[in-house]
Design a binder for this molecule. Structure first.
Ligand SMILES: Nc1ncnc2c1ncn2[C@@H]1O[C@H](CSCC[C@H]([NH3+])C(=O)O)[C@@H](O)[C@H]1O
Length: 341
């Protein structure tokens, strides 16, 4: 087909390819904007490069080029040489907003994550996963970054889980939070269920951070920790609820089954197991976040994946449960996965 003929077919367009090749440019621009606290400065009235330069200490030229790029990408609007945050930027990227989430870049686009992704992309595709343990290496410090950075992204789903279990009759009183990270799944349950006591498992430095968060939330006497690998630590018994939030997707089917068997063995009679997962549709190409999540697991873990409902059901049955029941956790894209007795 001639160049002209190609151009006349609207869906034939080289731009998505060039944009994809330059995808790192978006990461760079947004990281610079967050580090300069650009969206806060704009919202506070420094709307031109000269004023932004005084406010942020960056160069006027750098700010002009960065702001134009962010305008192209929909993060800002520009009129008469002045910039303003888009409605979404104002809600999520102005540091004064209660929904501020700029800090998630400290984990999602951390240098270690970027290296796992970009140093040799074909290697994890060829191999079907990371060559080494990558993020799942024991006590990998990346999880401290996760625990500090990702709370704004997962808090909604944690509160959704807590609201759900608080409706149980009776609500869970002994709760085990496996791979607790920042701890906010357990902490949210303890806040929603008066008297509930939480035991949190994670790497030592991570679970120490969860304990600090629990203390700040006023849960001092109701929060205990078991530092160490979830595969090695004795979880104890008689839990009314075992939480596995955002943990199963780091592992293959068989490893997930062994974790679920261990969870099942830790339950009191009538106790339940809940995971939180990014669950794509059966075709795995929608919704966008859960479907795209699989590539993060491919690059950063040896055998992790975004599991479909059918795959989670197979895991459940192989671990002695009867199946799974999924509940959406809006506005979070994650799903609550209840493992049914
Ligand atoms: N072998 C392991 N044993 C216990 N925790 C682990 C292990 N490997 C990774 N982790 C933790 O798994 C967590 C995954 S991120 C999920 C954190 C939290 N549950 C949330 O939903 O937001 C991190 O906190 C890691 O430190």
């Amino acid at each position: 087909m001639s160049r002209e003929a190609l151009a006349s077919v609207s869906e034939i367009n080289p731009e998505p390819f060039i944009e994809a090749v330059l995808g790192f440019r978006d990461t760079a621009a947004i990281k610079a904007a967050i580090d300069l606290d650009l969206f806060t400065a704009l919202a506070e009235g420094a709307t031109e490069p000269a004023a932004l330069a005084i406010r942020t200490g960056a160069s006027e030229r750098g700010l002009r080029i960065l702001c134009d790029y962010l305008t192209l990408k929909g993060f800002l609007a520009k009129a008469d040489g002045r910039y303003a945050p888009s409605p979404s930027s104002a809600v999520f990227l102005d540091r004064r907003s209660p929904a501020y989430m700029g800090g998630v870049a400290d984990f999602l686009a951390a240098p270690e994550m970027m290296a796992l992704f970009l140093d040799d992309p074909v290697s994890y595709v060829r191999h079907g996963g990371s060559l080494g343990l990558a993020n799942m290496a024991p006590e990998n410090p990346i999880w401290i970054k996760f625990a500090k950075a990702m709370v704004p992204l997962v808090l909604g789903s944690a509160q959704g889980v807590a609201a759900e279990v608080a409706t149980w009759s009776p609500p869970p009183r002994r709760v085990l939070d496996i791979a607790a990270g920042h701890g906010f799944f357990g902490i949210s349950v303890a806040k929603a269920v008066p008297g509930a006591a939480i035991v949190a498992v994670d790497w030592p430095d991570v679970v120490a951070l969860a304990a600090e968060n629990a203390k700040a939330a006023g849960l001092d006497g109701r929060y205990a920790t078991l530092p160490g690998s979830a595969f090695d630590v004795d979880w104890g018994r008689d839990f009314d609820l075992v939480l596995l939030p955002n943990f199963l997707h780091h592992f293959d089917h068989d490893t997930c089954v062994s974790l679920l068997e261990k969870a099942r063995a830790s339950l009191a009679p009538g106790g339940r197991v809940i995971a939180v997962e990014q669950v794509p549709d059966a075709e795995r190409i929608s919704p966008p976040w859960p479907a795209g999540f699989a590539l993060i697991m491919l690059a950063t873990t040896q055998r992790g994946d975004a599991y479909t409902e059918a795959e989670l059901g197979d895991m459940a049955r192989d671990a002695g449960f009867s199946g799974v029941a999924l509940t959406a956790l809006p506005p979070s894209p994650a799903s609550l996965v209840l493992f049914e007795a």
